[in-house]
Design a binder for this molecule. Structure first.
Ligand SMILES: NC(=O)c1ccc[n+]([C@@H]2O[C@H](COP(=O)([O-])OP(=O)(O)OC[C@H]3O[C@@H](n4cnc5c(N)ncnc54)[C@H](OP(=O)(O)O)[C@@H]3O)[C@@H](O)[C@H]2O)c1
Length: 235
């Protein structure tokens, strides 16, 4: 581990941006503590990356699962230096009135309540140490809107507000930022953009820029809505 090796907690490491960030942070010598729901992917990550890294099957929408995860992790590792609330869901493209109550709740439970569950259980140790950066993954659709993704837009606009309010509660030495990652060719993008998703950067290309960008965040960034500066991902 480099002298300045960080403990990086990432939700949603089984695919997409979370997986690409986990691999890049590890390649650069940092310690990754990750979660996701898919058991096969979590087993694969455990096999590929042993201690000090740690991967567990956790559904961030279930507060009790997040509480148990935090309790176990914080017995063996320091509080995270970087807490990346990346796990997310998008509704299938449909007009708001066509989306069932269950699907709407799932999007809110993961994108909004899941973020708060993770903050609730990891923040006390971060506060004790008095340092750390919380990055809540927002979206271009947390600052603009589009038809057929209203539930997703609602949660990402909420993440922007929630994170800026949280930033006002933090002591000096800590930071919370909402982050628009840009537009990247993942399962989520393919769900809403279809075939045109392939004209955007891959998660691996994105992570080469995003990870150094995230590693530079500190207290002076507190409360700033940020965007990852990846060419071709912000058009
Ligand atoms: N790709 C883009 O262009 C784009 C643009 C703007 C914002 N974003 C945001 O960036 C983040 C990552 O998106 P992505 O494109 O990488 O999405 P993705 O490819 O669909 O991956 C989503 C990840 O979240 C995990 N996840 C979903 N529900 C979960 C839950 N309840 N508990 C734990 N993990 C859960 C998934 O794993 P399991 O299914 O194994 O749980 C998966 O690892 C999201 O917050 C998204 O809104 C992405």
């Amino acid at each position: 581990m480099p002298a300045n090796g960080k403990i990086v907690l990432i939700t949603g490491v089984t695919r997409g941006l979370g997986r690409a960030m986990a691999e890049e942070f590890i390649r650069l010598g940092h310690t990754v503590l990750g979660c996701g729901r898919s058991p096969d992917e979590i087993s694969g990550l455990k096999e590929k990356f042993g201690s000090p890294h740690d991967f567990e099957g956790v559904d961030v929408a279930v507060d009790e699962q997040v509480a148990a995860w935090a309790k176990r992790i914080l017995q063996s590792h320091c509080a995270p230096d970087l807490l990346l609330n990346n796990a997310g869901l998008i509704n299938r493209n449909a007009r708001l009135w066509e989306i069932g109550a269950r699907e709407f709740s799932d999007v809110v439970d993961v994108n909004l309540k899941g973020v708060v569950n993770v903050i609730r259980h990891f923040m006390p140790e971060m506060l004790k140490r008095g340092s750390g950066v919380i990055v809540n993954f927002s979206s271009g659709w947390g600052r603009s809107t589009a038809a057929e993704v209203a539930p997703y837009c609602a949660t990402k606009w909420a993440i922007e507000g929630l994170t800026l309010a949280l930033a006002q509660e933090l002591p000096p030495g800590m930071a919370a930022v909402p982050l628009n990652p840009g537009i990247i060719n993942t399962d989520m993008l393919r769900s809403c953009f279809g075939g045109s998703a392939s004209s955007y950067p891959t998660p691996q290309e994105w992570a080469k820029i995003a990870v150094p960008f995230l590693l530079k965040l500190g207290p002076s960034d507190n409360g700033k809505p940020l965007t990852v500066p990846v060419r071709g991902a912000n058009d």
